[in-house]
Design a protein around this ligand. Structure first.
Ligand code: ADP
Ligand code: MG
Length: 319
């Protein structure tokens, strides 16, 4: 199938998935047109996924589409933005109908679930790679950033951490069940925290999504805000499944493994007291910001250790 037939058949139908008034023109012209509502800022970001680097070889295309859009949309969640639309630059080794059909199905499910439409893109031949650019909006001046944490603020995380990292051990399994199936679902079908991100605007002082692991991503908040933090390992939110599968390694997974796409935010104590029950129930307090630089982890016996440098850096040799 040719490039244009492929776009017409598989991608054009996704153009209307979120029927937003903000989209003046979707797929089919030289550019898409998005209208920014009065009193709002445009928030946008691009993410690239390369086969063999960000996802395994021969990875299921439906899950690939979901995961890739989820990862991109998670950046909007971390800014407190409301998603509007996205573009897709897709590089394929060959025009494989079955693959593209399944990929488009996953993309359609994800774009409906997250509430944004595909409005354009580019299709080329080469090593399997996708770049997704997401657009969202926030009320003017209201975006959450990494740079606003202050001494005394609480460090909070949403959901549970470490499940997706644990799932890496089971990606090859044929028929996963029980706890293994539940952590695999976290890896294959992450759920970006969009409504929580929006609810945190006006409450959180800084925010980031946990894509590379809590230590690495909280580290970015600390750098940008020029502060330090203490995290109590015994407070980390760990799912019962991860606790059973990883045993004594569960806390380490929660600290150092990525791909969960939860939010890590800092909240001034007085704002935490006043926060609505939805925000409080969605978050776990794991530590606080202090003035000494760096991130220290409080272990189970109360001993403090400097967090080891973590996170994935493409241009450094990783452990
Ligand atoms: P141009 O040559 O003007 O850049 P293209 O021929 O690349 O246009 O694409 C034709 C139309 O199809 C454009 O509206 C473009 O945004 C859209 N498009 C191309 N590839 C994709 C894709 N992978 N997903 C969504 N829309 C796409
Ligand atoms: Mg083009």
């Amino acid at each position: 199938m040719g490039e244009f037939e492929l776009i017409r058949r598989y991608f054009r139908p996704l153009s209307g998935n979120a029927g937003s008034e903000a989209i003046i023109l979707g797929i089919g012209d030289d550019c898409a047109i998005q209208r920014i509502p009065d009193g709002h800022d445009l928030v946008f970001s691009v993410d690239t996924m390369v086969e063999g680097v960000h996802f395994p070889l021969n990875y299921n295309p439906e899950n690939l589409a979901w995961r890739s859009l989820a990862a991109a949309v998670s950046d909007l969640a971390a800014m407190g933005a409301s998603p509007v639309c996205f573009t897709l630059a897709l590089t394929l080794p060959q025009s494989d109908d079955t693959w593209v059909e399944s990929f488009a199905r996953g993309l359609s499910q994800a774009s409906r679930a997250f509430g944004l439409s595909l409005v354009g893109g580019d299709t080329t031949r080469g090593a399997l790679t996708l770049s997704i650019q997401v657009h969202g909006t926030v009320p003017r001046g209201g975006a959450l950033t990494r740079g606003g944490a202050n001494v005394g603020d609480l460090v909070c995380v949403s959901g549970t951490l470490g499940d997706a990292g644990q799932a890496l051990d089971y990606l090859e399994l044929e028929c996963p069940e029980g706890d293994v199936a539940s952590v695999l679902a976290r890896y294959h079908r992450p759920a970006p925290r969009l409504s929580l991100g929006m609810a945190l605007a006006g409450c959180a002082s800084a925010a980031i999504d946990v894509s590379d692991g809590l230590v690495a991503d909280l580290g970015h908040i600390l750098d940008a805000s020029e502060v330090g933090a203490v995290v109590d390992a015994s407070c980390l939110p760990i799912s019962p499944a991860l606790r059973r599968l990883a045993g004594t390694n569960a806390a380490s997974k929660a600290l150092y493994s990525g791909d969960d796409y939860e939010l890590c935010v800092t909240i001034p104590r007085e704002k935490w007291v006043d926060a609505g029950s939805r925000v409080r129930e969605a978050l776990t307090v794991v530590g606080h910001i202090d003035a000494s630089r760096g991130l220290r982890i409080l272990g189970p016996d109360g001993e403090e250790a400097l967090a080891r440098d973590a996170g994935f850096d493409h241009f450094r040799s990783n452990r």
